[in-house]
Design a protein around this ligand. Structure first.
Ligand SMILES: [Zn+2]
Length: 293
């Protein structure tokens, strides 16, 4: 099944369903994540894509989760074109199962969730709240209620097999708009209370539309567009070169003395290698810039 995000509405309520199995597996391979770590990162990536679906065209969002547990920090960027990237500080984290589930809350611990919205026009806006459980879904829902006063239900799931591969990942975000009627809200709440887990629905072969049909059962559903989703980083050799130049002459001379440099992108684990000649060219560039200042 392809990774997609589908929008749908019923009167007064909007919903987004995301299937993220392939991009979460992509992240697991890039960062060599253990099960608890990829469950935490996968839930956060899926949650960020669901939040980003509400953004305007050129906007993007960053979710940062910081806690006192072994994962320490998760950082995820997503935009509303379906691109997401992310990392976790300690990807080789795995805790014993809790109630037969991956213990994401235990791996994150007590801490905060920070959500930054980049509009491209005004200064970015960051809202932060204390984590409710560290299980991610509840924490994002609480953030939406506190920061944006939007009552939201969010469900997220990542299934990891004993061989460490991710075989199902996805989520749903359901939001009541100010004009939502109580009767419809109650019907949806009732539907959601009977909903199997996201991963159970995916394993049963449901697609994004199938998940929305379950949540909105018995209501007239209007479907919006479907967006393909993928793990996509924004790093490039050009950006890494600019970063090296910004380090300045002294730091570049240090790297030159080591004869090579290997720079790894945090977000996607891509390596950028620079040999002596390439580093020397960057050093000349720094010196040229200094002369023109
Ligand atoms: Zn990258």
């Amino acid at each position: 099944m392809n990774d997609v995000l589908l929008k749908a509405t019923v009167p007064g309520i909007r919903a987004f369903a995301a299937i993220t199995t392939n991009l979460v597996e992509d992240a697991r391979q890039r960062h060599n994540c253990y099960p608890t770590a990829i469950a935490a990162l996968g839930r956060t990536m899926t949650g960020a894509l669901l939040l980003a679906a509400n953004l305007k065209t050129e906007e993007s969002i960053t979710i940062r989760v910081t806690g006192d547990g072994p994962l320490e920090e998760i950082v995820v960027d997503a935009d509303n074109h379906g691109n997401v990237r992310g990392y976790v500080n300690n990807p080789q984290t795995h805790l014993p199962l809790k109630n037969e589930k991956l213990d994401v809350g235990g791996a994150i611990g007590k801490g905060h969730i920070h959500v930054t919205r980049f509009t491209g026009l005004k200064a970015p806006f960051t809202g932060s709240i204390e984590l409710v459980s560290g299980e991610i879904a509840e924490d994002i829902a609480q953030y939406l209620l506190f920061s944006e006063q939007t009552p939201s239900t969010i469900i997220l799931g990542v299934k990891v097999q004993p061989d460490l591969t991710v075989t199902a990942a996805g989520g749903m975000l359901i939001q009541a708009l100010p004009d939502a009627e109580e009767e419809i809200i109650e019907k949806i709440e009732n539907n959601i209370s009977q909903l199997p887990s996201i991963t159970a629905m995916l394993e049963a072969g449901l697609d994004a539309q199938g998940m929305i049909e379950k949540a909105f059962a018995g209501l007239p559903i209007l479907y919006g567009g479907e967006t393909p989703l993928k793990f996509q980083c924004r790093c490039s050799r050009d950006r890494v070169e600019k970063m090296l130049i910004s380090l300045g002459e002294e730091e570049l001379i240090n790297l030159l003395n080591e004869q090579k440099a290997e720079i790894k992108c945090h977000f996607c684990s891509q390596f950028y290698h620079f040999n002596q000649n390439e580093l020397d060219a960057l050093l000349q560039e720094v010196r040229r810039m200094q002369k023109t200042l």
